[in-house]
Ligand binder design. Structure first.
Ligand code: 3HC
Length: 289
């Protein structure tokens, strides 16, 4: 398949990443199906797109017609079979759990014609392992987007052990058509960005545990000292503490290296349900939990 043949993209998952990827595909002019398990989740996905777009309208950066056109190219589904109809590429952004993903891919493989390309937005799991449950390991690739997907320029394109050159090429070209800059990465836990970024966030929790500085000052130090747009705790709250912990666990498990040991404080906050902005409370309090 050539990138010119891609007309319709099916995005699985309407959470932060799924909705952001669906929006990105629609902005680039593709017709989009977005699927999640319940009407409520699908509706939540549309709301996640609408809110920042409405803010842009209020600031005079966009017209209401443009917002409606972006949202109008996206159809919401709960039925997997319906969502997959006519899709040329499937981008999966469901919960980061290998068992859930493998079960889904087995089903996808049965429901979609052979030529359809599968792309996983996994943040650290093995593309090779997911691809192995399908009969199309050569047409299976990783496309790792960054939050907020409509804004962040990078896509890591991940080659599993069986991914063909053609599929990698298609994912690279598709990323460019989506207005992104792709970087090709060999399969390795955490790929490039999360292997570097998440241990840094993890270490911030260790600093806090050792009372080296307050959360505000740790954030301030990294913002002013390295020009990061957000400090480590602001970023951890933004992306989700559970997401960061899951990445650390994969890095630790896959490498066996103690340098990737999750911080006990990060673990404790996740256990307490303090997952960040999405639950109203993480390192900071957002008045919702
Ligand atoms: N849709 C469309 N536009 C959006 C948007 C969205 N969902 N969210 C933000 N924007 C736009 C705004 O409209 C604004 O556009 P404008 O400049 O034309 O007005 C622009 O993006 C900047 O947004 P804001 O003015 O609201 O806010 P900031 O200037 O503070 O930027 C930020 C917000 C882009 C989130 C910035 O703080 C940032 O870059 N933070 C770091 C994000 C980051 O590191 N992400 C990667 C996380 S790691 C990851 O995702 C991997 C995973 O596997 C864990």
């Amino acid at each position: 398949m050539q990138v010119e043949d891609v007309q319709r993209v099916c995005v699985l998952g309407a959470g932060t990443m799924g909705a952001g990827i669906a929006q990105t595909c629609s902005v680039a002019g593709f017709s989009v199906a977005m699927r999640d398990l319940t009407e409520e989740f699908v509706e939540g996905g549309f709301q996640r797109m609408r809110d920042p777009l409405e803010k842009r309208v209020a600031r005079g950066k966009m017209t209401q017609e443009e917002v409606e056109a972006i949202l109008g190219r996206i159809e919401g589904f709960t039925s997997l079979e319906e969502a997959l109809k006519g899709a040329d590429v499937v981008i999966e952004a469901v919960f980061e759990e290998m068992g859930i993903k493998k079960e889904l891919y087995g089903e996808l493989d049965r429901l979609t014609p052979d030529e359809v390309i599968f792309a996983s937005n996994t943040s650290s799991l093995s593309i090779t392992e997911m691809a192995a449950v399908t009969g199309r390991s050569d047409r299976f690739v990783g496309m790792h987007f960054f939050n907020p997907a409509p804004v962040m320029k990078l896509v890591e394109v991940i080659r599993g052990s069986e991914t063909s050159d053609e599929t990698v090429q298609l994912a690279m070209e598709l990323s460019r058509k989506l207005g992104k800059e792709p970087v090709e990465v060999k399969e390795s836990a955490g790929f490039v960005v999360n292997r570097l970024l998440v241990p840094m966030l993890n270490e911030a929790f260790n600093l806090l545990l050792e009372n080296v500085a307050s959360p505000e000052d740790i954030d301030k130090a990294m913002k002013l000292g390295t020009n990061m747009p957000m400090g480590p705790f602001e970023l951890a709250d933004f992306t989700g503490l559970d997401v960061g912990l899951a990445v650390m666990e994969v890095l630790h498990r896959e490498s066996g290296d103690p340098k990737f040991r999750p911080s006990p404080l990060l673990r404790q906050l996740v256990r307490a349900g303090r997952l960040g902005r999405k639950t109203g409370r993480g390192v900071y309090d957002y008045g919702g939990g």
